[in-house]
Design a protein around this ligand. Structure first.
Ligand SMILES: [Mg+2]
Length: 350
């Protein structure tokens, strides 16, 4: 049986909250962030988008494009508050919720005995009633298509992509709509004359592996509407980790520490994004003779910050004998808990 996957994305979230809190701003070009010349735009209202302003744009540029724009400071705490209300609506329906950011999530409603369209309308109505905001909803049988659908007619959109719409619905889309094809890759594709999914569909499978490397198979499948990725409920996550095989075996502790620092940063971002705290930090190594050793430490309080994770990992590394030469280093946090008050504090990653 096909899965029922819904992708939800609040429209112009930060700006929408500002308008909601101050109705005088309604219909005006509201720009959150970017008020100082060195800052960047976080979100802007659709009215501001008409002038070409978009998120991540430097403030001075936004001012040039939209001189009469209303620039507001970023009120993180307030967006978190509203975000919690929105996610409560999702969690009331199912535990299969995968947050992607403060205002965006996948939910898997396969087990709910109701049409996904009805569920989507219900969610939209609930969000409107409780927060006054609009959300765009995409429904399909996998994550890629659901996300594509929610983007279809923003704002306040709702769109279903069914099996019989494929492949024709995908064909005219630009390649950067494909999950796994970013800016750089689209540019590489453009150089060889490939702009749309239709053109991509004509390439043989071997070419995908050659062109995209590890992701080749995945991208080959995804443009055919095949995507088996599960909706990963963060509440079922047991651990979060990163590891890498080194180019050369090493006994250099400082060199390894740099990797731990990078992993800690990565993991901390991930924890904060998902509103998770950890108690155990584990360092993993593989020696040049392929033996795997792990060493962990569990502390009494919960942590999520880069400093806390890195400092523990660094202490653990000091206790490990590097003599045989290390070929792989990894860092994992586990013993996770989902702190409601921490839930959805995405901002450490912004
Ligand atoms: Mg959004």
């Amino acid at each position: 049986m096909d899965r029922k996957i819904i992708h939800l994305d609040v429209d112009a979230f930060f700006a929408a909250v500002e308008v909601k809190d101050n109705p005088k701003l309604k219909g005006k070009p509201v720009i959150v962030g970017g008020g100082s010349d060195r800052g960047v735009v976080c979100t802007c209202s659709y009215e501001a988008r008409k002038y070409g302003v978009h998120s991540a744009m430097p403030g001075f540029m936004a001012k040039q494009k939209c001189p009469h724009g209303i620039f507001l400071p970023v009120r993180h705490w307030r967006y978190q508050e509203v975000s919690r209300e929105i996610f409560r609506i999702f969690y009331d329906l199912t535990t299969k919720v995968e947050p992607l950011s403060i205002d965006e999530a996948y939910i898997d409603v396969t087990d709910i005995d109701e049409s996904p369209l009805k569920i989507a309308h219900f969610i939209k109505a609930q969000i409107m009633e409780k927060t006054g905001l609009t959300i765009s909803v995409g429904i399909s049988y996998n994550k890629f298509l659901a996300k594509l659908a929610s983007d279809w007619n923003k704002p306040d959109g709702i769109k279903i992509i069914t099996r019989n719409m494929l492949p024709h619905i995908l064909k005219p889309l630009p390649v950067n709509k494909v999950h796994g094809i970013g800016k750089k890759t689209s540019e590489r594709l453009r150089k060889i004359g490939i702009f749309t999914i239709e053109e991509l569909l004509q390439l043989p499978k071997e070419y995908f592996i050659e062109f995209f490397g590890n992701h080749g198979n995945e991208i080959y499948d995804i443009i055919r509407g095949i995507d088996h990725r599960q909706v990963k409920s963060t509440r079922e996550t047991k651990s979060i980790g990163r590891e890498t095989t080194l180019k050369e075996d090493t006994t250099n502790r400082e060199y390894l520490r740099k990797y731990l620092a990078e992993f800690a940063k990565n993991i901390s971002t991930s924890l904060n994004k998902k509103g998770i705290l950890a108690k155990t930090v584990t360092v993993k190594i593989k020696t040049s003779d392929f033996e795997i050793h792990t060493k962990g430490r569990t502390i009494h309080h919960h942590i999520a910050s880069y400093d806390q994770i890195y400092n523990l990992a660094s202490d653990i590394l000091d206790e490990i004998n590097l003599e045989p030469g290390i070929r792989l280093i990894g860092l994992t946090v586990s013993n996770l808990s989902y702190n409601e008050s921490q839930q959805l504090s995405f901002f450490d990653s912004l």
